[in-house]
Write a protein that binds this ligand. Structure first.
Ligand SMILES: N[C@@H](CCC(=O)N[C@@H](CS)C(=O)NCC(=O)O)C(=O)O
Length: 212
């Protein structure tokens, strides 16, 4: 089994990078400089025709889409404890929450972050305002879960949805709807960001300054 992760610091690759560290499996990490548009190079496009990070090469075959990669890793490393066991009610909830984050939160994040690049810069403010509404409604959902006394989003156990959610909460740091502005989310963030694997992925990606 071999893994090569193509990543950019703090990008959608971060949760996959973090998961590989949590799984404690050997892998190679290759930096893609998205500031200089390396993701548009022919060599990279052959691996990932969308021109986005992450790409995970698994035994010579490249795959994209961060959430799919986390699910793929979870399947390849059963018993990791990072997701509920199959055929349990928790597993059904995990699927629902994972796809809710992927389908609702992540596209709104992209809309905000790329409003002026993907779309007409003149309409960027309106796109960002709508994105912030959508993001805030997901924060409401997360808050409700944590206010039920849960330590993590799925309950008492840390797992893939927390890695995915924390990565996206970090992305909100320059938004009007920054997750850290909400005390309930802030204490969840502080709790998770103290984990050795989170600290390690930040060191490896050269990141600092969030959440403090
Ligand atoms: N749905 C994709 C989104 C990937 C994505 O948007 N990646 C961004 C970085 S966070 C990227 O590669 N941006 C460069 C570009 O769009 O040119 C996933 O989850 O993997």
């Amino acid at each position: 089994m071999s893994y090569t992760l193509f990543y950019a610091p703090g990008a959608a690759s971060m949760a996959v990078h973090w998961m590989l560290i949590e799984l404690d499996v050997p892998f190679e990490a290759v930096l893609v400089d998205i500031d200089s548009n390396q993701q548009r190079n022919q060599d990279y496009l052959r691996l990932n025709p969308t021109g986005r990070v992450p790409t995970l090469v698994v035994d010579d075959t490249p795959y994209g889409e961060s959430v799919a990669l986390m699910m793929l890793l979870a399947e390849r490393h059963p018993g990791s404890g990072l997701l509920p066991e199959p055929e349990t009610a928790q597993r059904a909830e995990w699927l629902q929450l994972t796809l809710y984050i992927a389908n609702t939160l992540m596209p709104a994040m992209r809309d905000w972050l790329y409003a002026a690049k993907d779309g007409d810069p003149k309409g960027a403010a309106a796109v960002k305002a709508l994105a912030e509404k959508r993001i805030s409604s997901v924060w409401d959902d997360f808050e409700a879960r944590l206010l039920r006394g849960q330590t993590y989003l799925m309950g008492p156990t840390f797992g893939t949805v927390d890695m995915f959610a924390i990565m996206l909460m970090r992305w909100s740091r320059h938004m009007g709807c920054a997750a850290t502005a909400r005390p309930v989310l802030r204490s969840y963030i502080n709790r998770i960001c103290a984990l050795p694997s989170y600290i390690e992925v930040n060191v490896r990606e050269g990141l600092s300054g969030w959440p403090s």
